[in-house]
Design a binder for this molecule. Structure first.
Ligand SMILES: Cc1ncc(COP(=O)(O)O)c(C=O)c1O
Length: 468
């Protein structure tokens, strides 16, 4: 194949049309829930199909590539648009948002500096302002990153630089008292990982106990803070989780925020999962107090129905946006200081080259509005509630707690939850997860699909009974 053929617009047009037809078919089949959610294969066995020799010469034509996609690759994936896909918090992407990712891929706007992606930069800034406005912030700043884990790291780096009261970025962590973070025992592991990356050690995250509903216990938070002060620790951030990963519980943001503001503590709200409740007229009140935070993380590829990855890091004080990476790179940045570099995203993010992630969010807000996107949240929350009601009234099932979001944890009294889950996943009837809470294993479903129906839920309980 010639170099000109490799970049042929005609070939792109032809294969592109074929690809969209193929994906539209795939989407339709999945939405109808016709096939298995997952065609489970043991990874060691499955890997044998992916041990081909390195192709020094072409081994596929565009047509046979399309065949491989249709016959081998798409059928071996997890069907995220399937109504019985109840496992992870991963969005079933809005198809129009997926098209935006194709635009991002072909145009490859590197975005490290404004001139490498002018429209991409300005669209991202627009979207960040919209998300901040939903929190109730004016004049805030932020950045889009590749995922919530990196977003949490970014906020903690900023909190450290502001709250350590010394230039940790330059001097390192050894030049002062120990730096600690207070977070609920259910906080996402990415926070401990961030503490590890930052050189604080994973044990720098002091775990605060939760109440029976899985929410941070505020009196335990206050006690932990007071103990840290007596120990001479420097608390760089309190992390509240809005929609914690195991149970979906929401920490009491209002109370935590009031305490943190009074004590001059940095409050970070990890809303990777639950910040999208701000889109819903019905549920936004559950996040009352989120506006008291200094920083918020909000994943687009969860309840905003975006293709992964896209996460927003939002800072109430716009200057804090530049605190995470207080670094110079003169070959990229020509300004005097970070603040002059508002339009050069590299100053504010771990990534140098980064994907044009704002387009898909901008398109979704523009095409469906806050109300349209909020309707998705309302629908899946209602389905989660319906499942919880069924679990409460069906003999032999035990519901862990009334769901606060779209995550429902439960178990069947006669069985081993792990074995039940495995049977369901291997059968391809459902995808669901499990969670270990205080040494006990519970089944965990995350309702992400607005088309998951009453009969899908009945079928789930039936299949669990059979498996048990
Ligand atoms: C509360 C919470 N924070 C952070 C993350 C990490 O986000 P990501 O998977 O986008 O890196 C998750 C992911 O499940 C989460 O549930």
């Amino acid at each position: 194949m010639t170099i000109a053929e490799m970049f042929s617009p005609e070939q792109f047009r032809h294969s592109g049309h074929e690809l969209i037809d193929l994906l539209a078919e795939h989407l339709a089949t999945n939405l109808e829930g016709k096939d298995k959610v997952l065609d489970w294969q043991d990874p060691k066995e499955a890997e044998k199909s992916w041990q081909q020799a390195l192709p020094l010469q072409p081994s596929l034509t565009p047509a046979s590539f399309m065949d491989a996609l249709r016959d081998d690759i798409l059928p071996s994936g997890l069907a995220v648009h399937h109504p019985r896909n109840l496992g992870h918090q991963v969005a079933m992407p809005l198809p129009m948002a997926a098209l935006c990712d194709l635009v991002a891929a072909l145009t490859n706007q590197a975005m490290a500096v404004y001139e490498a992606g002018p429209a991409a930069t300005l669209i991202e800034r627009q979207v960040v302002q919209w998300l901040a406005e939903l929190i109730g912030w004016r004049g805030a700043e932020g950045i889009l990153t590749s995922g919530g884990a990196q977003a949490n790291l970014t906020t903690l780096l900023a909190a450290r630089q502001i709250k350590a009261e010394r230039d940790v970025w330059k001097e390192g962590i050894t030049s002062g008292p120990p730096l600690k973070i207070l977070a609920s025992e259910h906080a996402h592991y990415s926070l401990a990982r961030a503490a590890g990356i930052m050189g604080l050690g994973t044990e720098a995250v002091i775990k605060v106990a939760t109440d029976a509903a899985g929410r941070m216990d505020v009196s335990a938070l206050i006690a932990a803070h007071q103990k840290a002060v007596i120990n001479g620790d420097n608390i760089i951030a309190v992390v509240a989780t809005a929609g914690c990963t195991p149970t979906g519980s929401i920490d009491p943001l209002d109370e935590i925020g009031t305490y943190c503001n009074a004590q001059n503590l940095w409050l970070h709200v990890d809303g990777a999962h639950g910040a999208s409740m701000l889109l819903s007229r019905q549920y936004r009140d559950k996040l009352r107090g989120i506006e008291l935070a200094d920083s918020v993380v909000w994943d687009g590829h969860k309840l905003l129905y975006m293709p992964a990855p896209v996460s927003a890091v939002l800072f109430k004080n716009p200057q804090h946006c530049f605190a995470a990476f207080a670094q110079e790179a003169s070959y990229l940045f020509q300004g005097e200081s970070a603040q002059d570099e508002t339009y050069n995203t590299s100053y504010r993010t771990l990534e140098c080259t980064k994907r044009m992630m704002g387009l898909k969010l901008w398109a979704a807000f523009s095409l469906y509005g806050v109300d349209g996107l909020g309707a998705l949240v309302d629908k899946v929350f209602a389905t989660a509630r319906l499942l919880a009601d069924k679990l409460q009234t069906t003999p032999d099932f035990e519901l862990l707690m009334m769901p606060e979001t779209n995550i429902v944890c439960f178990r069947h009294q006669s069985g081993d939850s792990s074995a039940i889950r495995k049977k369901l996943v291997v059968s391809g009837a459902f995808h669901l997860t499990q969670v270990n809470l205080h040494g006990e294993i519970w089944l965990r479903t995350t309702i992400m699909n607005p088309f998951t129906s009453n009969s899908d839920l009945d079928f789930l309980l039936e299949q669990i009974k059979i498996a048990a």
